[in-house]
Ligand binder design. Structure first.
Ligand code: 1HE
Length: 265
């Protein structure tokens, strides 16, 4: 069931293109720092995804993807409120990661702290060459709070995250690509087109397969082998039992479906 279309904050813009929705962080004057209004706006958007949307592209306006947590809001939080604040980010980023549709993030310029945590909660990341990554929490006297300590070690390893956090160093776009932060690396100004192309491709998959890839695969990866094999057997039989799978397999066998060939990305 889907809620009525929510009123989104000024810091978020949404555009619909067929089966794709493009969400833009639109607070460039604050370098898209993530304040409560924006993060809750993301939740409202993903909770009430318009019918027919099969993939989302997340990008950002201005020179930077995101300067991370809005530090002006954090400075007034008590310890107890800080726990609650972090738990809200966890809830919302989990909602994105384990949601209804895959999300492709297009990153450029600064992808810092909470901005990197947000990108890590999405499914595919495209980086423009201007993108750089940092976790300056150590120097700000804080810690990641948007699930970064859970997600980022799975992407780049605990040891690299320790280095990022202790030293405040940055990784450039090429380094991020080599480390697996981004899946695709493109020229400056080319990210959105690439993100839309990828989202359109994802939107042609069966919804059951996309659900299994987003929601089941990461769970299997965290299970022991025996549980993983069992979960895999269950979800693969659910997927292949669906009418959509039957129709797609038939189309291939009747030579009506595209072949899997290698194209350079
Ligand atoms: C901000 C924020 C912010 C900018 N919260 N207001 N994140 C950081 O430690 C990164 C902090 N930001 C920066 O290092 C720089 O702003 C940038 C490298 C991203 C961009 O530099 P620049 O020269 O283009 O912009 P600026 O002049 O520094 O900032 C423009 C305005 O945005 C300015 O406000 P103004 O009213 O003076 O114009 C800045 O104060 C404001 N601004 N970044 C609030 N982050 C869930 S836990 C996650 C923990 C974290 O994310 S820690 C990482 C925090």
């Amino acid at each position: 069931m889907r809620a009525a279309r929510p009123k989104l904050p000024k810091s978020l813009r949404v555009e619909r293109r067929g089966a794709i929705a493009i969400v833009t962080l639109a607070r460039p004057e604050k370098r898209n720092a993530l304040n409560d209004t924006t993060v809750l706006g993301l939740e409202a958007f993903f909770d009430a995804l318009p019918a027919g949307v099969k993939a989302v592209v997340l990008n950002a306006q201005g020179k930077h993807f995101s300067a991370g947590l809005d530090l002006s809001e954090l400075k007034v939080l008590s310890t107890e409120d800080g726990v609650a604040h972090s738990r809200v980010w966890h809830r919302i980023f989990d909602r994105i990661e384990f949601g209804r549709v895959p999300v492709v993030t297009v990153m450029h310029g600064a992808v810092i702290g909470g901005g990197l945590e947000l990108a890590a909660a999405t499914h595919i990341r495209v980086a423009e060459r201007s993108a750089y990554y940092a976790l300056p929490e150590g120097s700000r006297g804080i810690f990641v709070g948007g699930g970064g300590s859970v997600r980022l070690p799975r992407l780049i390893g605990v040891s690299r995250m320790i280095d990022l956090m202790l030293t405040g160093r940055t990784y450039g776009a090429e380094e991020g690509q080599a480390l697996g932060i981004s899946h695709y690396l493109v020229g400056d100004g080319e990210g959105l087109a690439k993100g839309i192309e990828i989202a359109k491709r994802i939107a042609t998959n069966s919804s059951v397969s996309n659900f299994a890839i987003m929601n089941v695969l990461p769970r299997i990866a965290e299970q022991d082998r025996a549980s993983g094999y069992l979960t895999e057997a269950l979800i693969s039989s659910i997927a292949q039992g669906d009418d959509e799978a039957k129709a797609r397999l038939k189309a291939f066998l009747e030579k009506r479906a595209p072949k899997t060939v290698h194209n350079r990305h």
